[in-house]
Design a protein around this ligand. Structure first.
Ligand SMILES: [Zn+2]
Ligand SMILES: [Zn+2]
Length: 360
């Protein structure tokens, strides 16, 4: 592997990362971001560049000359409706919006991988760089998978990383099996009836039922890490199905004694992200070979990732890269992607690609 070249590429992508940061767009509105990415990918000379996949998604394909595996690497296009409060020259110019999950950095790494393929194209099989839309709302990967043009690419392997504040910078955080949890958001509407102050007995007050509902959600099985008020989180998709039924059933049951009208709507849905043992093993080997620290996580992370749907379809691995122990938290106004970890991510992705797509 060509380490000096990867270092050069990593430095080159910093400008791109900061440009993406300056013009953040939220889920389903990533047109400008997709335009920037398409332009820089074209310069890497892919054999195919597909746009408009499952929304504003893009896929660049680099073919080897012999048959082999299709290996996908994924980044996310979307930012968040969180104001950018960093004090830099590339602060967001889109009011109230910011790249507060580091997807700008994830995209820069994937473009860097395209630059690497320009110099070192796969010998066999094909490499796919997927820029998926709408990760934060849990909609994008489903739409990408359902897109006929994406289905033709048939990835055998899928890899992605997420930067993770609170962990040592550059360390890989890995787990075989479930890496990130399944979650579902919901909205429960309880409609009561107002009454004249003189006749409170004729009104229906939903406050008491609401309090019961919150208590009930908190008493659901121990696998629910945070019921919060509006989200269920579980380690597995099977447990989620049971909880979904239970929550819905309970809300309905509030109607009878109280006379309330209830409406129950499920919103964001994320599957658990389950790491394949071969794919996770490869991440570990490639990290170790390149002197990168590996932290094996005992428990899954208590958050969800839209990558979960790819883990249902392919041999997939999602891993973390430490963003620094003291780094601002994801989704907070002061967060900014740490550019120093770009080279680490790029080195690891290139090592995985070399392993699966080269003949030696
Ligand atoms: Zn996020
Ligand atoms: Zn994210």
């Amino acid at each position: 592997m060509n380490r000096p070249l990867l270092g050069q590429i990593a430095r080159k992508t910093t400008g791109l990362r900061r440009e993406l940061h300056k013009y953040p767009e939220i889920a389903n509105l990533e047109a400008g971001t997709a335009g920037i990415i398409a332009k820089v990918l074209e310069e890497t000379g892919p054999d195919a560049l597909l746009t408009g996949i499952g929304g504003y998604g893009l896929a660049a394909v680099y073919n080897g000359s012999e048959d082999g595996a299709a290996v996908m690497f994924r980044a996310e296009l979307d930012a968040l409706p969180v104001a950018d409060e960093i004090d830099t020259g590339y602060r967001s110019v889109n009011e109230g919006l910011g790249h507060k999950c580091g997807h700008d950095g994830h995209m820069a790494v994937l473009v860097g991988l395209g630059m690497y393929f320009k110099e070192h194209p796969p010998a066999k099989g094909k490499a796919i760089l997927l820029f998926q839309p709408a990760e934060e709302t849990g909609e994008g990967s489903k739409r990408v998978i359902e897109d006929a043009r994406f289905r033709e690419l048939k990835p055998d392997y899928a890899f992605a990383y997420h930067n993770i504040p609170g962990y040592e910078k550059h360390a890989i955080i890995l787990r075989e099996g479930i890496f990130a949890t399944a979650s579902r958001g919901f909205i429960a509407k309880l409609r009561g009836k107002t009454s004249h102050a003189a006749h409170p007995d004729q009104g229906i007050n939903p406050a008491r039922s609401m309090a019961h509902l919150i208590m009930k959600l908190e008493s659901l099985p121990a696998e629910v890490i945070t019921a919060g008020e509006y989200a269920l989180v579980t380690f597995s998709d099977q447990v989620m199905q049971v909880l979904v039924q239970e929550a819905e059933h309970y809300v309905k049951s509030l109607e009878q004694p109280s006379g309330l009208k209830t409406v129950f709507e499920w919103t964001e849905e994320f599957l658990a992200t389950e790491n394949d043992s071969t794919a996770a093993g490869m991440v570990k080997t490639c990290a170790t070979d390149n002197g990168i620290t590996v932290i094996e996580k005992k428990e899954p992370f208590p958050w969800s990732e839209d990558f979960g749907r790819f883990s249902e379809q392919t041999r997939a691995a999602l891993f973390g890269i430490g963003a620094g122990k003291e780094h601002s938290e994801l989704h907070s106004p002061g967060y900014d992607f740490p550019d120093e970890i770009t080279e680490t991510a790029l080195t690891l992705f290139a090592a995985i690609a070399d392993r699966l797509l080269n003949t030696e």
